[in-house]
Design a protein around this ligand. Structure first.
Ligand code: NAD
Length: 318
């Protein structure tokens, strides 16, 4: 395989690059290093089958040139993180909408298989309240929520799907559910590395909301082989496939596990959402993947336990 990995200097992308090169594949990364980092790829620097190109997925000429020489595209580049999305909505939308269109268009032009990283957030918040028009809301969610990210990712899925249908492009959509592991930074609001960083520093662990919201964290080491297997599985083409872990925990429970595993003296501090993200911010109470489809397609069985995942992040951060 000769693969282009967009966003390959990021958390998930860099692990994908490690995996692909270890399997003997050639890899070219396209990344603008906005949230990713060259240091995530330093272990691959100088490898003959690896190249890092610094640039944007919005650069049509560059995207076209790189993809013209490959047979597979893993499209992971995106504007991510609550703060990026809430503080720079226009820039985020541009990256997440036009960027994806640019990449999938080039993949279709050159007949390169295409995988796009989508998110559990496309499932929305499952609000059961009546549907009212509200000046502060669009598409049913507060403007200040991550909804613009979810909406753009939903459209990315549609674009990928339509290209797959109309051009016959082999296309896979993966919906990631709270993937965690080493190299994920806490800078953009990712909860596990942030908690670990606070615990190791002996600072209070800041839990947004009451901490009763529940999440299920998946290991990056479980999902990377799955991503590559899906790309090799024609039955997965033109489908959206959930990938994540199986162990559910409340955010308060997570903070307690982190304190225990780090042996920290940190306390837990509860911060209202409005204070952290501004007025109008809401979060989902529960998010848990059903991975039956991945199980059927590629025998997906995530095996990493939450404690092991947290320990791998503690080790990375120490
Ligand atoms: P990340 O921030 O580490 O990776 C994103 C990468 O994209 C970064 O390296 C960044 O520099 C790069 N990038 C951003 N804009 C770019 C542009 N215009 N041109 C080129 N590169 C650009 O985040 P991640 O967690 O590794 O996420 C990877 C993908 O998985 C993203 O598409 C994200 O939406 C998706 N995802 C991740 C999770 C998760 O739990 N980590 C959950 C759902 C979806």
């Amino acid at each position: 395989m000769k693969a282009v990995v967009t966003g390959g200097a990021g958390f998930i992308g860099s692990h994908l690059c490690d995996y692909l090169t270890a399997q003997g594949h050639q890899v070219v990364v396209l990344d603008d290093l906005s949230t990713g980092s060259e240091s995530n790829l330093e272990q691959l620097t100088g490898e003959p089958d690896f190249e890092l190109v610094k640039g944007s997925i919005l650069d049509k000429g560059l995207v076209n040139d790189l993809i013209s020489e490959c047979d597979t595209v893993f499209h992971l580049a995106a504007a991510v993180g609550v703060h990026t999305i809430v503080d720079k909505p226009l820039q985020s939308l541009r990256t997440n909408l036009h960027g994806t269109e640019t990449v999938v268009e080039a993949a279709a032009r050159h007949g390169a298989r295409f995988l796009v990283a989508s998110t559990s957030e496309v499932y929305g918040k499952n609000d059961t309240d009546g549907l009212t028009e509200d000046a502060d809301r669009i598409l049913g969610s507060p403007l200040k929520s991550r909804w613009s990210y979810a909406a753009a990712k939903g459209l990315d899925e549609l674009v990928a799907y339509v290209y797959g249908q109309e051009t016959g492009l082999p296309t896979v959509i993966t919906r990631f559910f709270n993937i965690v592991g080493p190299r994920q930074t806490g800078r953009y609001g990712m909860v596990v590395p942030r908690f670990v960083g606070q615990a190791l520093a002996g600072e209070p662990i800041t839990v947004y909301g009451d901490g009763n919201q529940r999440r299920c964290f998946g290991s990056v080491f479980d999902i990377i082989p799955a991503v590559v297997r899906l790309m090799d599985t024609p039955a997965a083409y033109n489908q959206a496939v959930n990938l994540g872990g199986l162990e559910e925990i409340s955010i308060r429970g997570l903070a307690e596990r982190v304190i225990e595993l780090t042996g920290s003296t940190s306390t837990i501090e509860y911060v209202p959402y409005e204070k952290a993200y501004g007025e109008g911010y809401e979060d989902m109470q529960r998010r848990m993947p059903d991975t039956t489809l991945a199980g059927e397609l590629i025998d997906y069985r995530p095996s990493r336990r939450l404690d092991d995942i947290i320990n791998s992040i503690i080790e990375y951060k120490q």
